[in-house]
Design a binder for this molecule. Structure first.
Ligand SMILES: [Zn+2]
Length: 290
């Protein structure tokens, strides 16, 4: 029998999961004798093997990143090539896909070139010409140039680790715009839905963009929503699915049948989006190439 990690608690039944690193993790009731747990793990041998090969396949497909020039990163399902450039090069080229540092005015100190317009009905936040500038003193900027499909890193830290950090920051920055927008867009639909069944939903209290590995989003009873910035790499309809999912938790704080019905009323094709995320979510992780 294979080695496994055992966690005992007050629970009533046994559970087994394969961790992302392939380890077998077993949860068992406090009182259950060890030999019975061993037996359980043995019975699950076929299942364990199957799960592990699935995991292996997914990990093979996961894109390895060098975080160097030529590497590419997804925004809303589309790839953008990474290039390094000095700010001076920028000015000389005179490209207008982005604003050069010299044109940066006091009013835009927050680092945004153009505040994203609120989405018009039926339009997603990504269709607007979102161009974000990440400016930190001496750290160089990350410029997202939609026209030529590039991420341009100006000066600053261009080591793989530095690039990774800067890009993460950039995504979180983008998330702070995109998620509130999408919430604003879907909230009235969720509120209307609640009303139609004689309920009322709380308003959204706070939206936080998180750097998490395993969760796409969460919703607390206080109306705080959390979203994983990695969703910004997925196609917009996937991000929207998570937004709607969390908004429906304002109505039901569980995954009951009624909950899924609510999600389906807002996004009738949610099963498709949900299974995309299940199958491809792992591809949104950043694996460093070695
Ligand atoms: Zn949920």
């Amino acid at each position: 029998m294979e080695a496994y990690q055992l966690t005992r608690s007050k629970r009533k039944s046994l559970s087994i999961v394969i961790g992302r690193d392939g380890t077998i993790q077993v949860k068992a009731p406090n009182w259950l004798p060890k030999y019975q747990i061993d037996q359980f793990v043995c019975q699950k041998a076929g299942w364990i093997e199957e799960k592990r090969s699935e995991l292996h396949m997914l990990q093979q497909n996961k894109k390895a990143h060098t975080f160097q020039e030529g590497d590419s990163f997804l925004v809303s399902g589309e790839a953008y090539r990474l290039t390094f450039q000095s700010p001076a090069q920028h000015l000389a080229e005179g490209k207008n896909g982005y604003r050069s540092p010299a044109q940066f005015s006091g009013r835009e100190k927050d680092g945004f070139q153009n505040p994203v317009q609120h989405p018009v009905e039926g339009q997603d936040g990504f269709q607007n010409p979102v161009q974000l500038l990440e400016e930190e003193k001496g750290a160089g900027r990350v410029v997202w140039s939609r026209e030529d499909k590039r991420f341009i890193l100006e000066a600053g830290d261009t080591t793989p680790l530095g690039v990774k950090k800067r890009l993460e920051q950039w995504y979180i920055h983008l998330g702070k715009q995109v998620f509130p927008e999408r919430v604003r867009f879907y909230y009235p639909l969720a509120a209307r839905l609640a009303k139609s069944i004689g309920k009322e939903i709380d308003s959204v209290n706070r939206i936080t963009i998180r750097n998490q590995k395993t969760r796409w989003g969460s919703c607390s009873s206080k109306g705080n929503l959390n979203f994983n910035w990695r969703l910004l790499m997925a196609p917009a309809e996937i991000l929207d699915y998570v937004v709607v999912h969390e908004l429906c938790h304002l109505l039901y704080l569980n995954h009951s049948k009624q909950f899924w019905q609510a999600v389906g009323k807002i996004l009738p094709d949610y099963p498709k989006r949900r299974s995309w995320l299940k199958a491809n979510g792992i591809l949104l992780e950043w694996e460093e190439s070695r």
